[in-house]
Each structure stands twice: as structure tokens, then as C-alpha cells.
Design a binder for this molecule. Structure first.
Ligand code: SAM
Length: 282
């Protein structure tokens, strides 16, 4: 994470609310896998990644009809950008996780879409590239799905997304923090009350404070990957999220059968023009 101080009260408030999601150290110490990390299999392109999903139309309609370039920040396995092909002729994926980028590259390859991978955290990789004289470049459209709730220092992140976009940015997030799905389980297994905010409205407030007036579009959530319907994968996911050991698997399985996690069924898409006058963080 970059260490830039928040620029506006809305940005400071976002960071403060995200910080309230910290898991007590004594609980994290018992985790077998870092609770905030993602299993790459969950974000793989599979047959549930529907190119006709309305969320993709928001980006596709910005792209030139004869094809354009896309930057996908926090690309995971490419579920947010690869469905934009063939209108997206070239897709650049940025992710802090090498395992995710490997999946992204393999899926782009099999879809016949030109691709490039940049490993590292946004906006740090863009800032470093700019300073070293080989900027990441400019892209027709920038997409960023299901990442903002991972970003305490949201303002330079958003400014950098906007700066490198020629035509527009589409950021997608659930209305509430994605870990809210596990709040009841946290209460049950650890007797811990989890926070409520921030919400997508707080993300909009940050954009407004930066002088950006995004379109705000509520959409049904694209199908979760097959992984989400697999009971074995769900127990593994719960174990990771809740910092529990595999010795609790039977207990988890029984509890989840009666209390499935409250995964959100709708998302909020924020779309705004690129190439703004915002000063980049460089
Ligand atoms: C929840 S996954 C979403 C993946 C994909 N966008 C999708 O919708 O399927 C979030 C991804 O963002 C990456 N990520 C989180 N913060 C990031 C940052 N500041 N820079 C680059 N990648 C980041 C994580 O490694 C992870 O792969």
C-alpha cells in the first residue's frame, strides 16, 4: 500500500472505516492462511464468466468499435476484462499476486486476446514506472472490479486509474464490504462483532470529493464462480476468512449448511470519464 496521506475528509473517513475491519492479532496468529488473501481458483475465468453480463456492457460500450485497449487493475484471473474481447483487443492486467496473473495470462492466451501482465500494487507500479521513465501507458478503458474495499489509500488509487484512462473508468464493488458475508460466522465462532461500513456510498463520496461525478448503476451480481457452489471449497474459504484451523472443518460444514454466508447478489458499478485534469500522484 502506498503511504500517501488522504487528500480529503471523505478519503480519511474511508481509510478509518476500512481500518476497523482489522482482525485482532491473537486471532490472526492462529490462522493457517492469511485471512485477507484470495484463493486464485475463486477468481478464475470459467463458464460462469458471461460476456453478455450487463456489467461488461458498461465497459464495452466505451471501447472503439474496431477494438481498443483495456487496463484491468486487481485483475485476478481476468473475469472483469477478458469477457470484453474481441472488442478489447489488448488487455493489461495488474495484480499483486503472481498466481492470479498466471491464470490471467493463460486465460487471455486461450481467448486469443493480446495481453500483458504487471505484477505489483496499484498505484505504486504506475508511479514507479513513471519515475523510471517507462510509464505503464494510457488505455482506452480502465476496469477495476472488486478491489476498492482492499484499498485504504483510495484517493491516489482512483486518481491513477483516471489519469491512465483515455475514455473511461468502470469500477465495480458490492454495496457493503465483501467480508460482511461472514459477519454472522464471526459472531458465532469468535463472538466478534464486525463493522458495517464503509459502503459503496462512501466510495462515491470519495470520488465526489476528488471532483469526479460518476454514473452509479446498480446491477445484479454476475454469477459467482463455480467454486462458490462447491461445499468443499466453501469450507476452505470459511476456514481462511475466519482464521480457523482445519480441525474445525466438520463443525464449519455443519454450521454453513444452516447459515450460508450472505454473499451479495447485487453490485454497484461506478463509471466516469478518463483523461481528467486530475494531477497524477507522480
Ligand atoms: C477480489 S479479487 C477480484 C479479481 C477480479 N477483478 C474479479 O473481479 O474477478 C481482488 C484482486 O485484486 C488484487 N489487488 C488488491 N489490491 C490491489 C492493489 N492495490 N494493486 C493490485 N492488485 C490488487 C488481489 O490480489 C486480487 O487478485
Amino acid at each position: 500500500m502506498s503511504e500517501t496521506a488522504a487528500l480529503t475528509p471523505a478519503g480519511a473517513r474511508w481509510a478509518e472505516m476500512l481500518a476497523s475491519w482489522a482482525i485482532p492479532d491473537e486471532i490472526v496468529a492462529r490462522a493457517e492462511v492469511p485471512p485477507w488473501s484470495h484463493d486464485p481458483a475463486t477468481f478464475a475465468m470459467d463458464d460462469t464468466a458471461d460476456p453478455d453480463d450487463p456489467v461488461h456492457a458498461l465497459a464495452r460500450e466505451l471501447l472503439p468499435p474496431d477494438g481498443g485497449s483495456v487496463l484491468d487493475v486487481g485483475c485476478g484471473g481476468g473475469r472483469s476484462s477478458l469477457p470484453l474481447g474481441p472488442r478489447a483487443r489488448h488487455v493489461t492486467g495488474v495484480d499483486g499476486s503472481r498466481a492470479m496473473l498466471e491464470r490471467f495470462a493463460a486465460s487471455a492466451e486461450s481467448a486469443g486476446i493480446g495481453h500483458r501482465e504487471i505484477e505489483g500494487r496499484w498505484p505504486d507500479v504506475a508511479i514507479e514506472a513513471e519515475l523510471s521513465g517507462t510509464p505503464v501507458g494510457r488505455f482506452d478503458v480502465v476496469v477495476c472490479h472488486h478491489v476498492l474495499f482492499n484499498v485504504p489509500d483510495i484517493e491516489p488509487f482512483v486518481v491513477a486509474l483516471t489519469t491512465v484512462a483515455r475514455l473511461g473508468v468502470v469500477a465495480v464493488l458490492p454495496r457493503r464490504h465483501p467480508m460482511s458475508a461472514w459477519n454472522d460466522a464471526w459472531k458465532h465462532f469468535w463472538n466478534l462483532d464486525r463493522p458495517v461500513g464503509p459502503t459503496s456510498d462512501d466510495a462515491v463520496a470519495v470520488l465526489n470529493a476528488l471532483g469526479i461525478e460518476p454514473e452509479v448503476i446498480e446491477l445484479p451480481r454476475p454469477a459467482l464462480s463455480r467454486h462458490a457452489d462447491d461445499p468443499v471449497a466453501l469450507v476452505a474459504s470459511a476456514r481462511r476468512r475466519l482464521c480457523l484451523g482445519s480441525d474445525r472443518d466438520d463443525e464449519l460444514r455443519e454450521w454453513l449448511a444452516v447459515h450460508p454466508p450472505n454473499f451479495m447478489r447485487e453490485v454497484v458499478a461506478l463509471r466516469w470519464p478518463g483523461g481528467s485534469d486530475l494531477e497524477g500522484p507522480w
